[in-house]
Design a protein around this ligand. Structure first.
Ligand code: SF4
Length: 317
């Protein structure tokens, strides 16, 4: 059979969506073509909120597995599809349920705050979930003397610790994209573009955070470039976000921060980039692979996510 063109895939995906009452939720780290066919594009918090409040029968998640699992936990009655089950996350993988259980036993009596970038099993062991958009506010919403475990990202954890001064024990996990940015290369870029503002995701290592003009979640970085009166930005997060930045403000310049190894393409998340237009078409056609979770895990993992959403709603996030 003759391979389809990108335009053919896109047109057939549109037909399948309306025939099956399906929607596509895409993360900002997806490629531009996927962001453009999605019904909704956002960061982890916005995507969770969207998954919990829509009338579709099928949600196809253009993102990674923990995001699709979060959608299943929030909308267990819906069919949740992920076009490639190998689309995992190095950060979620750094926190295995057996090791985490031991860590909790070694640090008893603490409120467990887990980043949304965790497996359903880790969420089921947590008290509150957070995203990089609300981590500081979630921690601050607890009484000042509350002892906290924060997992799994050590850089985001240390950023939150610095901001809040709370008593926190932090799991030692990292994201393979955000830990790779090169301070030296960023400084060289800044010297070559003195007017550029350095904008940084809190999952980046401390030396990179220290040279930032602005630190924020993916959506906060987008919002910053939207409102800021500057014209040039060195962007230290996954490069996919630059698609939205350019769409919203095409007159500005966005320079991706380079990784330590300039040959590795590490500022792209290899897991996110496993999703393609062709895989989305095949997945919508066959309604496979589907995310299936144990009902007991869904029940336990739902409570800390709902708690996050309630706190976020109360704070207007
Ligand atoms: S960018 Fe990092 S944290 Fe996000 S999905 Fe990829 S590996 Fe996980």
């Amino acid at each position: 059979m003759k391979p389809k063109s990108s335009e053919q895939y896109i047109s057939e995906i549109k037909n399948l969506k309306s025939k099956k009452n399906a929607i596509i939720l895409a993360h900002y780290y997806q490629t531009g073509d996927i962001q453009d066919i999605a019904d909704f594009v956002g960061d982890s918090l916005a995507l969770s909120q969207k998954a919990a409040s829509n009338s579709a029968d099928i949600i196809l998640f253009a993102g990674v597995k923990f995001m699709a699992e979060t959608a299943k936990i929030l909308a267990p009655e819906k069919k949740i599809l992920l076009p490639d089950l190998l689309a995992g996350c190095s950060l979620a993988d750094s926190c295995k349920p057996g090791d985490f259980k031991k860590f909790l036993e070694e640090n008893p009596g603490r409120t467990v705050i887990s980043y949304v970038n965790t497996t359903a099993e880790i969420k089921a062991m947590s008290d509150i979930i957070c995203t990089s958009s609300n981590a500081v506010q979630i921690v601050e919403s607890l009484p000042p003397d509350e002892k906290i475990i924060f997992a799994p990202d050590r850089n985001l954890g240390n950023y939150v610790l610095n901001k809040t001064g709370r008593d926190m024990v932090i799991w030692n996990g990292t994201c393979h994209v955000h830990e790779e940015f090169s301070l030296e290369a960023i400084i060289k870029l800044k010297n070559a573009n003195p007017d550029a503002k350095i904008i940084v995701h809190p999952e980046c290592e401390l030396p990179v955070r220290l040279v930032a003009d602005f630190i924020g979640s993916t959506s906060a970085l987008l919002n910053f470039t939207r409102k800021d009166d500057g014209n040039c930005y060195i962007v230290a997060t996954e490069v996919g976000i630059i698609h939205q930045m350019k769409k919203e403000n095409p007159g500005k310049t966005y320079i991706p921060a380079p990784p330590v190894d300039s040959t590795c393409g590490c500022s792209e998340c290899s897991f996110m980039k496993l999703i393609t237009i062709e895989k989305i078409f095949n997945c919508l056609s066959t309604e496979k692979p589907e995310i299936v979770l144990d009902i007991d895990i869904i029940r336990k993992a739902r409570l800390p996510i709902i708690r996050m959403m309630e706190i976020s709603e109360k704070l207007g996030l």
